[in-house]
Design a protein around this ligand. Structure first.
Ligand SMILES: [Zn+2]
Length: 439
């Protein structure tokens, strides 16, 4: 071969090496949500709170079912858009296996949006404070390039923000405990103090008009509801129950008479350790239980939850202000001088000041529902069915003084209807009495 031909071949190889021609490859994408919560602290007591789920920050939660779009770099029309797989998928938090065709070594933009589809339910997170009325971009990666065919690329975490915290909790909650909810679209609003609806009162978070609101309360430290995983799961518990049962909180609710030892009434809102009509306490107790069921393992080491202003059930939380952990299972810790698991009786009753009839306590109901799940094997969906059937004969009007048709009696009847043995010697009834929700 002549020297100039050798030179030509060399030049061609050199050119190929320099230009590295692109080729089409198939890729998959996965995203994660980074989220820090005040009530996820591995140093917190009781020890139960350090087990189970979301027990340290930051959480790195797969972006179950979130909406993803891929663009040519700087482009305005997506070349791919779809829901990421939920927890039932082969690759949770990822696209379906390697189904995006891209050019190797070419930069792309990838966006995830504040909506997710999990178990045939859709959650759309909106941000009212910026005037948005639909899902918005949660995060955008720019200049992402790929080189390997038929491989997954894990995008760097969506950073810790209000939106990532809300989406991480709700995605996790819906994947673990959908409560039998299906085909629902749930609107979530991330709001400031000025745009929280009046129906929320002074609450940091609430359900109003069928939507959930997570807001800020300057009196809290920190003031943002989205740093409290338990608060977010509590509100979502109301939503799941409402969507499954078309349930409405009935008339007399939080406005129960103040007893000598326990407060309630409209100015106090609802507190775990306050006293309320049964109709309010059972609904709030269920929402507390829902959060318990999301973050604790039934049949595991026990139940612990977090709250602001919660009763110090086992006297261990003095160093954990402003978020107080408390036990959400069973009876009081032995040795505290309390009679049973009946918090209301132990703390709100002094003879003959009041009878407590028709009155109840959220905390007692919370532990009752947990024990039904933990000891009797009731699922969240079954408990919602029982609540729904118990409410079928008409609203719980709250004041059952002198009325045998009380909430506990309806729950017993409904439990029987749903296949649980609720006769007096069996656990269901024992739990009603033991947890103080019988009066
Ligand atoms: Zn509530």
């Amino acid at each position: 071969m002549a020297a100039n031909r050798w030179w030509a071949l060399f030049a061609a190889l050199f050119f190929l090496t320099l230009s590295r021609p692109a080729w089409a490859i198939n890729i998959g994408l996965c995203a994660n949500l980074a989220a820090s919560y005040t009530d996820a602290d591995s140093t917190i007591t009781p020890a139960d709170a350090n087990t189970d789920y979301f027990n340290s920050s930051p959480v790195n939660q797969p972006a179950y079912g979130m909406w993803i779009e891929v663009y040519n770099s700087g482009g305005s029309t997506p070349i791919y858009d779809n829901w990421l797989q939920d927890d039932n998928g082969t690759f949770p938090g990822c696209t379906v296996a390697a189904n995006i065709t891209v050019t190797s070594g070419t930069p792309y933009d990838v966006k995830v949006f504040s909506k997710m589809k999990i178990h045939n339910d859709t959650v759309i997170l909106k941000k009212r404070r910026s005037g948005q009325s639909d899902a918005i971009i949660t995060y955008k990666w720019t200049g992402v390039s790929f080189t390997t065919n038929n491989a997954y690329s894990v995008l760097n975490d969506v950073p810790d923000t209000e939106m990532s915290r809300i989406l991480a909790v709700l995605g996790f909650a819906l994947s673990r405990k959908d409560g039998g909810m299906s085909g629902q679209t749930i609107n979530i609003w991330d709001v400031d103090a000025a745009s929280i609806p009046s129906g929320c009162g002074t609450s940091i978070a609430c359900n109003s008009g069928g939507d959930i609101y997570y807001g800020v309360d300057a009196t809290l430290t920190p003031p943002d509801a989205t740093v409290y995983k338990s608060v977010m799961a509590h509100e979502f518990g109301h939503q799941v129950m409402n969507d499954v049962t078309v349930y409405t909180i009935p008339g007399p609710n939080y406005n129960a008479p103040t007893t000598n030892l326990c407060q309630s009434g409209p100015t106090n809102g609802h507190l775990r350790n306050g006293i309320e009509w049964h109709s309010a306490a059972v609904v709030e107790g269920f929402a507390h239980f829902y959060a318990d069921a999301v973050f604790n393992v039934v049949g595991g080491t026990g139940c612990a939850d977090f709250a602001k202003n919660a009763i110090d059930w086992d006297l261990t939380d003095s160093t954990n202000s402003p978020v107080n952990p408390y036990r959400c299972d069973d009876s009081p810790v032995a040795g505290l001088g309390l009679s049973t698991g009946d918090w209301e009786y132990d703390n709100c009753y002094t003879s003959p000041f009041n009878s407590l009839q028709g009155l109840a306590n959220e905390y007692d109901y919370e532990r009752f529902f947990w024990d039904m799940a933990d000891k009797e094997g009731a699922s969240v969906a079954q408990l919602i069915d029982i609540l729904s059937d118990a409410n079928a004969s008409g609203p719980w009007n709250g004041n059952y003084l002198g009325n045998s048709d009380d909430v506990a009696a309806r729950l017993v009847s409904s439990a029987t209807l749903n296949g649980f043995d609720a006769s007096p010697t069996y656990v269901w009834n024992t739990e009603i009495v033991g947890n103080g929700v019988f009066r």
